[in-house]
Design a protein around this ligand. Structure first.
Ligand SMILES: Nc1nc2c(ncn2[C@@H]2O[C@H](COP(=O)(O)OP(=O)(O)OP(=O)(O)O)[C@@H](O)[C@H]2O)c(=O)[nH]1
Ligand SMILES: [Mg+2]
Length: 379
C-alpha cells in the first residue's frame, strides 16, 4: 500500500463520534491509561505528553524504529474506544507493506514448565545472533491475574533490558477474541518496526493454545518429565498442534529421565497427525537454565522455515490464517449483533420457554429468533 492512501487531514475525532460516550476515563488523548505514558514523555520530549499522535507520526515513528512510538502504537491498537479503532486501522493499513518478514513462534506449556525462562534463554541467544526479538503474550485470563508476563519481566531480566528485544504483556481486557485481535495487530506493528522473530507465549489453559496456533508459523510445546506416566497427563489434542515438543529442565538429575521421555514421546508422535503438512513433529530436550539444547531447537525452527517455505506451505498457512481471522471477526460481530438485537431480546424468554417445555422443536425456535433478527433493524 502506498503513501497515496495517507490522509493528512485525518482527524480521529470525526470517526465514531456517536460512540464517544463509551470512551472510558483515561482513554482520551490516544491512551488507555497505561502508566508507560510517563516513560514515553520523558524519553521523547518532542512529543508532548497529552497530544494524540497523528496517523503519520505513528507510522513514521514505527518505521524509524522509535521505541516510544512503538509502545504508543500498541497501546492504540489495544484501546477499546471506537475512535481509536479507526485510527489504529489506518495506521495498520499503512504499516501492512512492511509486515510479515519474521518467523512467528508460539510457545505453550503448563504453568511452571519454564516458558518464561526458556523465552529469556532463546531470546538472548537470538539477539546475540543478530536477530531482533519481540515477545508477546496471549492470556485471556489476565483480566483477573493482571497479566502473568508482568511478573515475567523480572524472570526475563536480561531480555527485558536488551534493546534488541521488546516484551509486551498480554492485553488485559475482554474476550479471547478481543485479546487475540490486539495480539495479532501488535505482532504486525512489531514486524513493521523490524523485529524478525516474534515469540508468542500462551498460558497452557482453555482455548488459548488453539488461538495462538492460529496466529503463528511454528508452535512449540514445552513439557516436563514427571513421575512416571508422562504420556497420560498431556492432552493429545495439544500435542497435535505442536511442530516440536521440547522437554525442558533436562539438567542435573533430570537429564536422563528427559532423554527417556524424549524417546517415549517420539514413539507416541508416530501415531499422531502432524500439525504441519510435510513436517514431522519430534521431541527434543533442553535446559532453559543452562542453555543446553537452545541452539538445537533454533536449528529445528530454521529447518522448519526452510522446508515449509520451499514447499509453499509457509505462505499458504499465513494466507489461511489471515482469512480465518477475518471470518472469526465476522462471526463474533454477528453473534454480538444478534444477542443485542431489540426484537430478539423481546421474544427470547418466550421462545426459550417454549422450547424447554417441549412446545416447539429447537429448529423452529432457532428459525423464529433468526426471522425476528432479520425482519427489523433492531432499533
Ligand atoms: N532446573 C531447571 N529449572 C528450570 C528450567 N527452566 C525453568 N526452571 C525453573 O522453573 C520455574 C518456573 O519457570 P518459569 O519460567 O517461570 O515457568 P513458566 O512456564 O513461565 O510459568 P508460568 O508463567 O507460571 O506459566 C522457575 O523456578 C525456573 O527457575 C530448567 O531448564 N531447569
Ligand atoms: Mg511465565
Amino acid at each position: 500500500m502506498s503513501q497515496k492512501n495517507h490522509r493528512p487531514d485525518w482527524t480521529p475525532g470525526d470517526a465514531g463520534a456517536e460512540f464517544t460516550t463509551q470512551v472510558k476515563a483515561g482513554v482520551a488523548g490516544g491512551h488507555d491509561g497505561m502508566s508507560r505514558q510517563t516513560d514515553n514523555a520523558t524519553s521523547a520530549p518532542t512529543i508532548p505528553r497529552r497530544r494524540r499522535l497523528t496517523v503519520e507520526e505513528y507510522v513514521q515513528g514505527v518505521l524509524e524504529g522509535k521505541r516510544n512510538v512503538l509502545a504508543q502504537a500498541i497501546t492504540l491498537v489495544e484501546s477499546n474506544a471506537p475512535a481509536h479503532l479507526e485510527i489504529a486501522q489506518e495506521v495498520l493499513r499503512q504499516l501492512l507493506p512492511y509486515t510479515g518478514n519474521s518467523i512467528r513462534i508460539g510457545i505453550t506449556g503448563v504453568p511452571g514448565v519454564g516458558k518464561s525462562t526458556f523465552i529469556e534463554a532463546l531470546g538472548m541467544f537470538l539477539c546475540e545472533q543478530g536477530h531482533r526479538v519481540a515477545v508477546l503474550a496471549v492470556d485471556p485470563s489476565s483480566t483477573v491475574t493482571r497479566g502473568s508476563i508482568l511478573g515475567d519481566k523480572t524472570r526475563m531480566e536480561q531480555l527485558s533490558r536488551d534493546l534488541r528485544a521488546f516484551i509486551r504483556p498480554s492485553p488485559s481486557s475482554g474476550t479471547l477474541g478481543g485479546v487475540t485481535r490486539k495480539s495479532r495487530e501488535t505482532m504486525l506493528i512489531c514486524e513493521a518496526f523490524g523485529f524478525d522473530v516474534i515469540l508468542v507465549e500462551t498460558v497452557g489453559v482453555g482455548q488459548s493454545e488453539t488461538t495462538v496456533r492460529s496466529m503463528v508459523d511454528f508452535f512449540l510445546l514445552l513439557m516436563l518429565t514427571g513421575a512416571g506416566d508422562e504420556l497420560q497427563g498431556i492432552k493429545k489434542g495439544i500435542m497435535e498442534l505442536a511442530d516440536a515438543l521440547l522437554i525442558n529442565k533436562a539438567d542435573g538429575e533430570n537429564k536422563l529421565r528427559a532423554q527417556a521421555a524424549k524417546t517415549d514421546y517420539n514413539r507416541a508422535l508416530h501415531y499422531l497427525a502432524p500439525a504441519t503438512e510435510g513436517w514431522r513433529t519430534r521431541a527434543y530436550t533442553c535446559s532453559a537454565l543452562t542453555d543446553e539444547g537452545i541452539d538445537e531447537i533454533w536449528k529445528v525452527i530454521e529447518e522448519f522455515r526452510r522446508q515449509t517455505t520451499a514447499s509453499g506451505f509457509f505462505e499458504k498457512r499465513r494466507q489461511r490464517q489471515v482469512l480465518d481471522w477475518v471470518y472469526t471477526m465476522v462471526e463474533e460481530h454477528l453473534r454480538q449483533s444478534f444477542f443485542a438485537h431489540r426484537g430478539v431480546k423481546d421474544i427470547r424468554a418466550e421462545v426459550e420457554h417454549a422450547v424447554v417445555e417441549g412446545h416447539i422443536p429447537p429448529t423452529v425456535a432457532a428459525q423464529e429468533l433468526i426471522k425476528k433478527y432479520e425482519e427489523s433493524s433492531g432499533d
